[in-house]
Design a protein around this ligand. Structure first.
Ligand SMILES: NC(=O)c1ccc[n+]([C@@H]2O[C@H](COP(=O)([O-])OP(=O)(O)OC[C@H]3O[C@@H](n4cnc5c(N)ncnc54)[C@H](OP(=O)(O)O)[C@@H]3O)[C@@H](O)[C@H]2O)c1
Length: 292
């Protein structure tokens, strides 16, 4: 397993270069709990030390915190050392009774959400807390200000933002006094418009967590069809196009930590193994050039 460092402003931890995205284990399409826990355990067995979840990873408004409770349960029942695991969660998305998604970036809401996440995870402090998505009805500075308060109070050890523009990243880092630890934005072969945010974070030593790195739940098989070069490079390395995709993202910077989601142990193990693939500069250039 290859490792990365995440954290600025005093708190820095070493984590696996590939994380586990927990979302497929919590939405309505989720597997049963036994399979979900086996999937998390398989990921940990493979050396993964970052699990990304969110309070909103659940079926609907009655189920908020499902993902966090699941992660807590999986860690509690894991036989190995869990002291090195970084659990990253998020607040700022809400769920409706019918399973729809909403946003709430009001400071009072975010502080309440963080308290609920502390309880769901069963911890005294959250390892990495990310503001999930800007709320158009709330000034960004107000939302990030609440995250800063949580950091100052020691309720979260590191702060991150998600779905943020370069300007929002710059603003968040300023409000956090240079302690912004991570940015989580969408990036995959089929979604490349976060390259600007990636470049900014790389320059400033902020971790960049590409979300839906394989194109999203149920879409991983399309990489080969839509981007044949990923299949060609995979063939040359004796690996899969999905593994090449993760290796390609890793090659974009020492600050990049992809968080592929899995609903089965097999895919969790395969994704972790991608951390050990080294692509040549020519291969990375060819993959970069494959944009449709
Ligand atoms: N911040 C945000 O707004 C935001 C939004 C979306 C997602 N996220 C985060 O990003 C994570 C990843 O995104 P995602 O789960 O939406 O999509 P994803 O990681 O792009 O794709 C997940 C799918 O890929 C398959 N897969 C995973 N590893 C594979 C491998 N090695 N080989 C073949 N197939 C593989 C899985 O199949 P199986 O189901 O068969 O295992 C699953 O269907 C989420 O879990 C969540 O933590 C964040």
């Amino acid at each position: 397993m290859r490792y990365r460092e995440v954290g600025r402003g005093g708190h820095v931890v070493r984590i696996s270069a590939i994380g586990l995205g927990e979302m497929p284990l919590s939405l309505r399409s989720r597997p049963d709990e036994e399979q979900a826990i086996r999937t998390i355990h398989a990921s940990l067995d493979a050396g993964v030390t970052l699990i990304d979840t969110a309070d909103a990873y659940c079926a609907d408004s009655r189920d908020v915190g499902h993902g966090e409770r699941l992660v807590a349960k999986a860690l509690a029942s894991y036989g190995g050392d869990t002291s090195v695991i970084l659990v990253a969660t998020k607040g700022g998305h809400t769920r409706t009774e019918g399973g729809g998604w909403g946003r709430d970036g009001r400071p009072e809401y975010l502080k309440r959400a963080a308290e609920a996440s502390l309880k769901a995870l069963g911890v005294d402090a959250i390892g990495l807390y990310q503001f999930h998505r800007p709320d158009p009805n709330v000034p960004y500075a107000d939302s990030v200000g609440a995250i800063k308060e949580l950091l100052d109070e020691g309720k979260i050890l590191m702060a991150g933002v998600s779905n943020a523009s370069v300007e929002q990243i710059r603003q968040a880092d300023e409000i956090l006094g240079g302690a912004l630890a991570g940015v989580q934005n969408e990036l995959s072969p089929s979604f490349r418009s976060s390259e600007g945010e990636l470049a900014y974070t790389r320059e400033h030593g902020i971790a960049f967590l590409p979300w839906s790195p394989l194109g999203g739940i149920g879409n991983a098989d399309q990489i080969e069809r839509d981007y044949p070069i990923f299949a060609q490079v995979a063939h040359d390395h004796g690996v899969t196009p999905q593994q090449v995709t993760l290796a390609w993202l890793l090659a974009k910077g020492d600050n990049v930590i992809p968080i592929p989601g899995s609903s089965r142990p097999e895919t969790a193990t395969a994704s972790a193994a991608a951390a050990d693939i080294n692509l040549t500069t020519d291969e990375v250039a060819a993959l970069d050039g494959s944009s449709r």
